[in-house]
Write a protein that binds this ligand. Structure first.
Ligand SMILES: NC(=O)c1ccc[n+]([C@@H]2O[C@H](COP(=O)([O-])OP(=O)(O)OC[C@H]3O[C@@H](n4cnc5c(N)ncnc54)[C@H](OP(=O)(O)O)[C@@H]3O)[C@@H](O)[C@H]2O)c1
Length: 236
């Protein structure tokens, strides 16, 4: 897709990665819409984009996810890309992580992105893209992160299946599957404590690769073992 002039909604624009993706695509000429949970953080993030529409949602409320798509599409007279950059994590051995936390991770990391995309797929035109951040745990589940890994693997599977459904409508599906990033995400878990982690990748470098992947109609953005983002036109 041509990013200049494209109408791009970023859900999770209040996060570090979501903020970097918003800045990157706006810098390449896209018209951005910002969706987020926290009203004051959302207002703060939107200050850099005068006139950009904003929408509030909570990942726990699928109707609010669909509303965010419809409201921002109405404000921009359509959308060309919907990028999901929100998510949450928990740490701990499987028997320590309670059922509620496991359900929370599945709701935020899998079901809410699916709710956004269900709404988006109803309105997007051929040539549009939906994109979501999974993570390397979707292909390499980690101990003490079983429920987080499972929620991201579920989203990855969902994207793989929906990609094949959406092809006939001319809508692309991009999976963004990064390794560890320096965003502080691991220090904001809903439960547990992060293990000691090595330095992560630069979220701005990944955001630039996300914009490249959108522009190239790519299906997968992953991180190579040396931490460099790799854009793959086809996911398999
Ligand atoms: N950082 C990493 O190492 C890494 C690696 C691989 C994948 N990822 C993925 O990258 C994504 C972005 O994370 P980040 O690194 O940018 O961390 P971040 O700065 O903590 O961003 C997390 C975002 O998720 C939002 N969020 C959390 N729970 C929510 C809920 N219930 N409803 C709505 N929004 C909610 C937060 O909103 P508020 O502003 O309201 O809190 C924030 O915008 C996540 O999906 C994460 O799994 C991160």
């Amino acid at each position: 897709m041509e990013l200049s002039g494209a109408r791009v909604m970023v859900a999770g624009a209040t996060g570090v990665l979501g903020g970097a993706i918003t800045a990157e695509v706006a810098g390449r000429g896209a018209l951005v819409a910002l969706a987020g949970r926290d009203p004051s953080r959302l207002a703060h993030a939107a200050r850099s984009y005068p006139g950009a529409p904003t929408a509030r949602f909570d990942a726990y409320d699928p109707a609010s996810c669909a509303r965010a798509v419809h409201d921002t599409a109405a404000a921009l007279q359509g959308l060309d890309a919907v990028v999901i950059a929100f998510g949450t994590v928990a740490f701990g051995a499987a028997q320590e992580v309670g059922d509620e936390v496991a359900e929370h991770l599945m709701a935020v990391n899998h079901l809410a992105p699916a709710a956004f995309f269900r709404a988006a797929l109803g309105i997007l035109r051929p040539g549009s893209v939906v994109a979501a951040v999974t993570g390397v745990v979707a292909e390499r589940p980690q101990p003490r992160m079983a429920d987080y890994s499972a929620s991201k693997a579920a989203l990855r599977a969902w994207l793989d299946a929906v990609r094949r459904e959406a092809r006939s409508a001319g809508v692309g599906v991009l999976e963004i599957r990064p390794g560890h990033l320096d965003t502080g995400f691991a220090q904001r878990p809903v439960a547990g404590t992060a293990p000691p982690l090595p330095g992560g990748g630069d979220p701005r470098q990944l955001a630039a690769a996300v914009a490249d992947a959108l522009a190239a109609d790519a299906e997968l953005l992953r991180t190579s073992p040396d931490g460099t983002p790799v854009v793959e036109r086809r996911s398999r």
